[in-house]
Design a protein around this ligand. Sequence first.
Ligand SMILES: [Zn+2]
Length: 109
Amino acid sequence: MNSNNKNMRAPSLTGLRMRIVALLWRVGEEAFAEIDAFAWVQRWEIRRTWHAHTYRDPRFDALAPCRVCSAKGRCPTGLPCRRCRGTGRVNLLETPSSRKPERPSGGRA
Ligand SMILES: [Zn+2]
């Protein structure tokens, strides 16, 4: 009889733990629902745990160090790098023509 009681308790304790975990997940999902919806609209990556949600814009993957200025943002002359506009990084998603706003429109180089 005692062994039956012990056998009966083990599943119920596990069941209780599972219910607590499920409750914590549900509370977390409700707490982050509005922020998650915003992140989903922005197409951000969402990493979830029961107590934290982490958001990341995948467009950051398109940023690379500028090879012209070695990611310093300045030319040897001290002027801002024209390729990266002084930021030290380039966006690989931008077309080369959109990276050169300093060039006069209509002019030929
Ligand atoms: Zn540069």
